[in-house]
Ligand binder design. Sequence first.
Ligand code: FAD
Length: 399
Amino acid sequence: MIQPVARTVPVLIVGGGSAGISVAARLARALPAGSVTVVDPAQDHYYQPLWTLVGGGDATRESTRRREADVIPAGVQWIQQGVREFLPDEDQVILSNGERLGYEQLVVALGIQLDWEKIPGLTEALGKDGVCSNYSWETVESTWRFIQAFQGGSAHFTHPNTPIKCGGAPQKIMYLAAEHWEKRGVKQPYDVRFRIASPKIFAVERYAQTLLEVVARHKIDVAYQRDLVALRAASKEAVYKDLVTGAEVIERYEFMHVTPPMSAPDVIKQSPLAASTGWVEVDKGTTQHVRYPNVFSLGDCSNLPTSKTGAAIRKQAPTTAQNILDVRAGRKPSALYNGYTSCPLVTGYGKLVLAEFDYDGKAQETFPFDQSKERWSMYQLKKRLLPVFYWSGMLKGRA
Ligand code: FAD
């Protein structure tokens, strides 16, 4: 039996990160005040793309944070709670305080879950003795601390065997660290190792070629299909699995930058909204759920088969917003997303390859020059312009 709800809202957006706020801003402009509600328990909102430069000592952690209250668009109601359960057959969600909330349309934008605990020994080791990660607000400052403290030995950078947000980020920090250590002239013998679970350095060949040149420039030792499965901090040993042979490979480290395994948030995995992979199962063009037409999803938690980035969300958000307006007006969704994503591949201080491509891996480049080459101007774009563009354009529903 369907339970009564305390209240029903017209459009409910769960998750007030990059995706949720971008859609909220667009809908708030198009619908009467009070039509849009965002549910998110967070106190703060982060511009995560800059964490690469925070880890590399070229941006401050504080510059990446705003109060969540300050990014909620005018006219949007914010409920500072988490979603505990989805009940799409009843058009309801259950909040962490137990309240049932009804909706006419739902947008699921919960981001990705970092599964640190899937690597035994990692959680305890993080932030100590050279073990760091750019992947969270709590750990990102330890990266720059340990890069500065590195005096020799093996420096490891890992890329896990799961989908991750920003597929280039595990190696961007490696290129910054390698350049820093060369400039500093680290005296002891040392080597830089990239341990990547995929068989290729980057999915799109055009950009992979340039990355392989950067790898060669820094004499980085790359092992493909090698997945970090445990960390023994006491003996400074990393346990890897060779994904081809299944063999265990143990390597000593002095510095370890970990990109943790990631998956869809558990609350989605356990819900009827999930595909068999755990992500919210939406149509790859319209972002509309394949079984629940009044549900949409975008961003990292969706199963849109593209690289999970904020840049992808910039193109998904107008599609989702337009299609919700269509459904509310009794029309079929009219807007289509083509899979556009972008990865600003930092290859050193003042050097960046701006990868932009669609669902087919076809280049969708913005500028009238060869973006597969490293450029100083593109680094400045990432460091100085894109953050302004994010806070003042994308989150306002204007870009
Ligand atoms: P998020 O922005 O993570 O937001 C998810 C929101 O959901 C959060 O506010 C959270 O509090 C909320 N939430 C979670 N669970 C619940 C719940 N149960 N109930 C309610 N709310 C909940 N992208 C780029 O485009 N370019 C880059 O160069 C780039 N570099 C990156 C480098 C790093 C180190 C990292 C970590 C990311 C990078 N990204 C980059 C990726 C980009 O930041 C993400 O793809 C983007 O933030 C995803 O947006 P989202 O809204 O899906 O998730």
